[in-house]
Structures are given as C-alpha cells and as structure tokens.
Write a protein that binds this ligand. Structure first.
Ligand SMILES: Cc1cc2nc3c(=O)[nH]c(=O)nc-3n(C[C@H](O)[C@H](O)[C@H](O)COP(=O)(O)O)c2cc1C
Length: 362
C-alpha cells in the first residue's frame, strides 16, 4: 500500500470534507490561511467528464501550495475512466487521489457512481485497482498521452500545472463512502473495500437513502473503525460535527483516526483552529475571499461567491439586511462597498454565535 503523506500525519487527523460547489480553490485558499485543517479535499470531478475532454470540470482541481496536503476527489462508475483521469491528478501535483463512493445525488447514483457503488462492490474494487495502477504507471514514467487522455485535458493540465512541483511521487489512493445503500451494511462493505487496501477510508454515517436526513450514525462508523483497524488503512468519521470539541469527542469515543468537517466550515474557516471569528473578522474575510475568488476565476464568474457571503453574514444583529444587499452584489467592488459601509458605520468587536435578534452586535 502506498501511504504517501498519510503516513506522516499527526493524529487525530481533521480534514476539510469535500463539497461540490463549496470546497473550490478560493474556499480552500481562505480555509488554509485561517483554519489549516490537516488535509484538504477538492470538490469531486467526473472521470467520465475528464475522459470526454470536459476541461471546465478541472477548475475543481486548481489549488495553491498553502493547501498541502491536498487531495483531488474523482467520481464515476467506469474503472478505465478512473485509470485515465488519474493521470491528470498525478500531473497536477496533488498529494493524493480520493474516490467518491458516497454521493447520494440521483444524477450520479443512477449512473452507478457515488454511493451506488455500494451495490456493486466488484466495480468499486476494480475502480480502486485501476486508480492505483494509474498512479504507479505515472510514477514509472507513463505519460498522459500514452494513457490516452483527451487532448483538451492534456492541454489544460500543461497550462495549469503548478510551477516548481517537487519530484514525482506515487500518489496514495483513498476513498470516501457511506454506511450503506438503503440499510446499514457497513461490516460487509468494509470487508470488500479492505481487500483492495485503500490508504484511508472516510465514512459519512448515513446511508444513500437517508441523503442528509436524520442524524449521522457514529455507532456504525465505530463498528467500521474496529474492522478497518485490523489492517493498515486509516479511518476518518464524518457527519454532523459542529466544532473541534465535538470532533475530538467523537474521535475518541468511536475509535477513528480523525474526522472530516463539512457544513460547519461554511463561512467559518476558523473552525479548524477551534475559534469563532468575530463579526468584523468575518466581514473582512468575506472581502478577502471575494478577491481571491475573482483572482482565481475572473470577475465574470461571481455568482458562486454569493452563497459564501451569505454564510459569513449570519447570526448577528442586522445580518439579514446585509445579506439581502450582498445577494444583489455582482462584483468584488460591490461587496467591498456594502461591507465597508457596515464596518465604518458601526463600532464592532463582538464574537458571533448569537441569534439575529440579539441586541447590537455590530
Ligand atoms: C453542498 C455539499 C456538497 C457535497 N459534495 C461532496 C463531494 O463533492 N464529495 C464528497 O465526497 N462528499 C460531498 N458532500 C458530503 C460532505 O463531504 C459530507 O460528507 C457531508 O456534508 C456530511 O458531513 P457534515 O455533516 O460535516 O457536513 C457534499 C455535501 C454538501 C453539503
């Protein structure tokens, strides 16, 4: 088993959970600066899309040095497509490759990808094998051209490959999954996955059928951890963690090597530092995040930034009014103007975490 960066990580490992439409390069950049989780994982990207030459999806694979160790996540249902797409991940200088076996979305699971792979363990295992074979072949000198990667992708990678990458390394292969499809089948599922020796398994404590409803079942994650720990694979638990204290508590209680934090990091990069940003800090970071977003994606791609702005402006008096204004912003300048008018207007130094009806926080 190639362990790569995973073998040097201090435990407990606290990772930023991959989130499509959220953990893009600007969000990871701001999280690296103000939170610095142990590991970062990109949004997922379709291997079939990469094989068809869809370069737009590769924007998910932009990253900065400060994010390391940074892992690229792939999804799909075709082992051969994983083989080819992995060459792009290796070439881009990532520290690891992660396979999505947990997405419950209909448009993905109906094609046999994401959490639907729980129903086809033989395909899931072949995906891990082919991804690993690609990492090894790339390490041994096989090129993107020789792997048969689409020319659009080769051109995009050559243009966007970070400069000064260190020496070639064989990437470790990890995966992220759920506790079952329509019922909990974690014991059986783990046995299948461990046959192909992923370096790490991250487990979201819900079934596909549950989607995001109900509470994450950490007991089931704990049972998986017991099985996984009979091998060299590490295990990270995931689901509903709100802060670092809770993360440490669950890690200890359920015997996992660490945890992934997802939604609680919305508008809250400090979560990984066990701190809550004050309102002025949040507003300053909202501005900084917007500028990074503009630098990376260009001024015309502003709309995805709005949801982040909404998350930064929550939980204090007057937040809803500011949010409404921000929802009409179309540029970094608009955001700067709206937030400056708030910051200059009000004497501010309070922490967040209060309800929006509490008296003067700003
Ligand atoms: C908006 C959104 C997008 C997500 N996208 C991905 C993804 O691309 N890959 C993945 O493995 N999980 C994805 N997830 C699942 C999260 O990584 C995580 O497993 C889930 O949100 C539970 O963790 P939490 O309670 O800490 O948020 C996504 C979740 C959300 C809310």
């Amino acid at each position: 088993m190639e362990k790569g960066f995973w073998k040097n990580l201090e435990k407990p490992i606290i990772a930023l959970s991959p989130m499509d439409g959220v953990t893009d390069a600007p969000f990871r950049s701001i999280t690296a600066k103000y939170g610095k989780p142990t590991v970062m994982i990109t949004e997922f990207t379709s291997v079939e899309g990469i094989c068809a030459g869809a370069t737009k999806t590769l924007n998910a694979f932009l990253y900065e040095e400060a994010e390391r160790p940074v892992v690229a996540q792939l999804f799909g249902s075709t082992p051969e497509a994983f083989y080819k797409a992995t060459f792009a991940v290796c070439e881009l200088g990532f520290d690891g490759v992660d396979i999505n076996m947990g997405c419950p979305a209909h448009n993905i699971a109906s094609k046999g990808a994401g959490a639907a792979l729980i129903l086809t363990p033989e395909v899931a295992k072949e995906i891990v094998r082919q991804t690993r074979r690609a990492c090894e072949d790339w390490g041994a000198g096989k090129t993107m051209e020789q792997a048969g990667l689409h020319q659009n992708i080769i051109d995009w990678v050559n243009k966007n490959r970070p400069k000064n990458l260190s020496a070639k390394k064989v990437l470790p292969v990890s995966l992220k999954t759920r506790i079952g499809y329509d019922q909990i089948t974690i014991e059986e599922w783990m046995k299948h996955l461990l046959e192909v020796e992923p370096v790490n398994i991250s487990i979201h404590g819900r079934t596909l059928k549950q989607g995001y409803s109900g509470a994450a079942d950490w007991e089931a994650i704990g049972r998986a951890a017991t099985i996984i720990h009979q091998t060299e694979t590490t295990v990270l638990g995931n689901g509903d963690i709100q802060n670092m204290a809770q993360a440490y508590e669950r890690i200890q209680q359920y015997g996992v090597d660490g945890a992934l934090i997802g939604r609680a990091a919305f508008g809250n990069p400090w979560i990984f530092k066990n701190k809550e940003g004050t309102v002025p800090e949040r507003l300053e970071i909202a501005k900084e995040h917007t500028l990074i977003h503009q630098r990376i994606f260009g001024a015309s791609y502003f709309m995805p930034m709005r949801k982040h702005l909404g998350w930064y402006c929550k939980g204090f008096n007057g937040a809803s009014e500011i949010r409404q204004k921000l929802m009409h912003a179309t540029s970094a300048i608009d955001v700067e103007n709206i937030l400056n008018s708030v910051i200059l207007r009000e004497p501010v130094a309070q922490s967040t975490g209060q309800t929006e009806s509490t008296p003067q926080t700003l």
